[in-house]
Design a protein around this ligand. Sequence first.
Ligand SMILES: [Zn+2]
Length: 271
Amino acid sequence: MRLNPHAPVFALAQGGVRVGIANPITVDDLSTRESAFVATLEGGRHVTDVDRARFPRALAALEAAGVLETDRTEGHGAHVRVHGMSRTGRRIAAMLAEAKIPSLALTDSTFRRAHAAASSLATSAPWPTVVAGDDRQADVTVIVAFGSAAATVTRDLMARDEPHIAVLADEAGTTVTGVIRPGTPPCTACADLTRADADKHWPLVAIQCRGREPGARAGIDDAAAAVAVMAVLAHLRAEPPSPWMRVTRAGIDAITVQAHPACGCAELSRS
Ligand SMILES: [Zn+2]
């Protein structure tokens, strides 16, 4: 048990403490020793049996206020794959390592590039196990691509019943899908089919996106990576799916993508 590791603990003038800023909880009626003890919990230190024996009243007050959470590591035991080792793909992998995801697999259409990215990340971030190109079932796969996610990749993930999220760059920005759960539309194929309805050339254009990469775009790449990582972490916490987002120089906006009647993704996982 611990406090939210990001919640500050403030001493109050009349004794007692306040925990947090956005959703502050005030606990009055604490002795000086009890207030000092609560201050030691800032940063997410775990409550020990000694703490329980010495400060039962303070802990009961925190528990009653609902500010103690059960012990957990974000993404505990999780295995996440990042496919596509562009600059944004490598940035996403590094951010997942910083978030202490314990196991990462990096893949790419070129194994040499996946291997180089995995070696580099394993050197700079000691926490996760990083491998290049594994076939183990992942809790979620991040697909990083240009323009459109390759159907060969997404079809394989659908068939494996593996949740995935696509980070699709173009010259004006990056679209970050929500985490797509097989059997729950819309999927990336829904988006491509919808686009093809409005643009007859899109299927041929989408195929020619393979192997392309955008140049580095200050701000947009990092923002898109952050949006994708937040969606992955929310998925690992079993929170509701994040909306699809569009990241441009103007900012970050939620976008709506409808299920396409010709896609059949809803049936795929049931077959
Ligand atoms: Zn679909």
